[in-house]
Design a protein. Sequence first.
Length: 1002
Amino acid sequence: MERGGRHGGRGRDGGGGGGRGGGRGRDEAGGGGRGGGRGRGRGREGYGPGPGGGGGRHHHHHQPQQWISKEDGSRGGDGGRGAGRSDASRRTRVESVPPVQRPVESAPPVQRPVEFAPQVQPQPQISRREDRKFPIKRPDNGGTVAIRTAKLRVNHFLVIFSPETIIMHYDVDVKPKVPFNKGRPVAISKSTLSLIRNKLSSDDPLGFPLSMIAYDGEKNIFSAKLLPTGSFQVDILDGEDMKGRSYIVTIKLVNELKFCKLKDYLSGHLMSIPRDVLQGMDIVMKENPGRHMISVGRSFFPREPRGGDDLGRGITASRGFQPRLKATSQGLAMCLDYSILAFRKRMPVIDFLGQHINGFDIKDFQRFRREVNDVLMGLKVTVTHRKSKQKYTIGGLTEENARRISFNAEDPEGRNPPRQLGIVDYFREKYDKDIMYKDIPCLDLGKGNKKNYVPMEFCNLAEGQRYPKEHLDKNAATMLKKLSLVRPEVRENEICRIVRSEDGPCGGDIAHNFGIEVKPNMTMVLGRRIDPPELKLVAPNGRMMKVKVDEEKCQWNLVGKSVVEGKIIDQWCVIDFSSSDRFNFLDPDHFIPKLIKKCNNLGIRMDEPLIYKRATMYTLSRVDNLCQLLESVNEEAYKISGGGHLQFVLCVMSRKDPGYKSLKWISETQLGMVTQCCLTTCANLSKVATRANLSKEDQFLANLAIKINAKLGGSNVELNDPLPHFGGKDHVMFLGADVNHPGAWNTTSPSIAAVVATMNWPAANRYAARIRAQDHRTEKILNFGDMCLELVQAHARLNHVMPNKIVVFRDGVSDNQFDMVLNEELLDLKMAFQTIKYYPTITLIVAQKRHQTRFFPDSTRDGCSTGNVSPGTVVDRIIVHPFEFDFYLCSHYGSLGTSKPTHYHALGDDHGFSSDQLQKLIYDLCFTFARCTKPVSLVPPVYYADLVAYRGRLYYEAMVEGGQSPASTAPSSSSSSLLSMASFDQNFFKLHPDLENEMFFV
């Protein structure tokens, strides 16, 4: 049986640009039963100790492990994957389609017992009470192998501190003297807390000197001197009519942070990093920019953005920075990088509406009411009719227009009875303000049940309100991306300017008063460039040929060459969703023959499509209509082919559409279809036959072809030489894991965990995936062991051998989550393996892209023509961990902007990798990515896990947007609880059996 898949890149599989496919091998023959292929039945084949194993431990001679039924072993399953299928067993809505009879291409494979690969030794029972593990130490002094070295500047700035220094950590509790909201707790805003801190200091400047205090804006104060403790009353002016408001501030000393602990850790005398000390120092370094700039998450942005960064529609780009303290081999360092975000401008609300909403006319407000409400809801504003700096949150629009709003006004002196007063008269009498726009609603700025109606003309958008980049229009998104992709020398100069600026982390006297000094120069390091691997492709004579990559970019091309394994594509169809678009429709007579020709030129034998089906973008956007369309195409193809299996569906769209999510969800979880999407803007490129368009079209067709090939189980490129470190008798599996979280504004949707694993060796370029939903914003993969065990068993079914060595790559975790990965997820993995008495050796590596470290070549000879470091540049000295096993690798060619290296941190290693061996292994793997002819920036197991987790997110959004909430059958009246219950209904995320071991996600 041949099965496979191939890897892919981020993003959707539509559009132009690059892309290569993922796997769907369909060449199997033979039938189900125990140990055989996989049938369409939902029962899983299980792996257990088996009759031959006796349920006991295997000894060094490796008695073959047998496939067993549920009655015989601990993790069994039913059925296999035979040639025939029953309708009942097929997981699809197409109930009328007869069972698909697979063409038998060869004799059924001999059923063999699945064996362990060598060196999987029995081990003692694993318990959750095992001693906690620490990340492993560096096995050497760093790597030495290089084809060239390069001098690099790194945006790490050495921090000098005295080990004798002690800073005080205080807990701060702030409560209103008179309880708000009838005694119920009310959150106090960060801006109010900052005012309280400043007033406390101005009331007692000797006791609470601002120059010696750092505040995190919530519960923690760090001080360079002892502060008074106890409870203090602080009176500040509240915005509402300038009335005073009193707060009780309680300060309690909770810890003394000794810098000597950090010194001990940096010198290797302390195994566990003193995070409390590092946290205190980090807040000290952020105090100065926090007082002068806008804080967004962990970054800081100027209050007044630069001119020339206008994105239109009331949005502007702002250039900021993010500082972070890191423990490194050279000592403590501040890593600082430059960043750009989009913000709403500080401006009158009515002016913002005029710029932001196309065609907005305040005289015809009712026509725009819904859009205005959506645009303004939740934004913060300040008011102009009072002398107040207080910020209010927009809760919505009033039902009535301003001229019709009235309320009972009480006499403040109590001499007269309450009277009915209109808001127009109230503003004239109270504030001497005439309301100009009386025929539009007011803004509701009240909290809870308290009403606070303010006319829009007296409201300004507050500063520092980030605008989500996914909501930017095309032009603004392009401008923001262009501003973000600055050349390395520009980024370097900006970083150095920030470090030296008065409002930066080193400005003022605060850090100095805490005994902290930051050196103003970047750190110099020596990078090593690793030799790229040789690759395999097919020559025109049909034989394998060695291919050397381009020296500077490490790219290769397919001109005059073929892919390593091209699939035979004789049963496919086209659904043209663009057919009703008057201006952007597909020309099938032009596009389809060109695609077929390109595939055949690349060694992918493609016949004419069985079906060309016209549809509309409206059909794509309607879940029910789309499902019926896909089912009918599946059934029609079955009849035309005489019982053959539809290999894939090419879906052509006139534009990007949310229906893409539904298409993927239906095809991949319900129908078992591989789909490949593309846009007509790319498919029709050569209709205007310029040289540039012809070149772009050729590249697009090549990318589409190799992507399709990989999705169908083909192999586009392979390494010519074996991966380093592993021997000829080894059977190795690479695992990648990631968790996709909902956006910050989402409080109910589940997080999506994904695990992928290689299904072949030694090529190690075909992957299978598993998806699980879990609790909202939970980073720990709750079913990690079970997901990995499923993939190991799938690997065993395909290869008749269990991998004896496993390398796990974990994505998306920060340094302070290493303990969770090492002592919880890894333990869960080992305990799952223990249930089948399976004990492979394991290496665990975390891959991090969300860091701020950047490399800048010292001269032109130290980098490439774009000013970036060369592909294959590795740094494992000076800026890395003081003693743990980590390194930075820039594996890709940076054509735009500034390259970001990936930070790899090995937490555990049963295989005894040296620095050179692990770095070369990861770099070589980066050349096996399926959908581009160049090395990628992130090791493929992690890249694919990220893609699969994102695909799971699309499934969830498709279900919710299509009214198919995964919890819709649950007995609950709360919509938020319904959505959160999706975490526990895994059927909505379960892949169709036909795609469980395929690279549909590429």
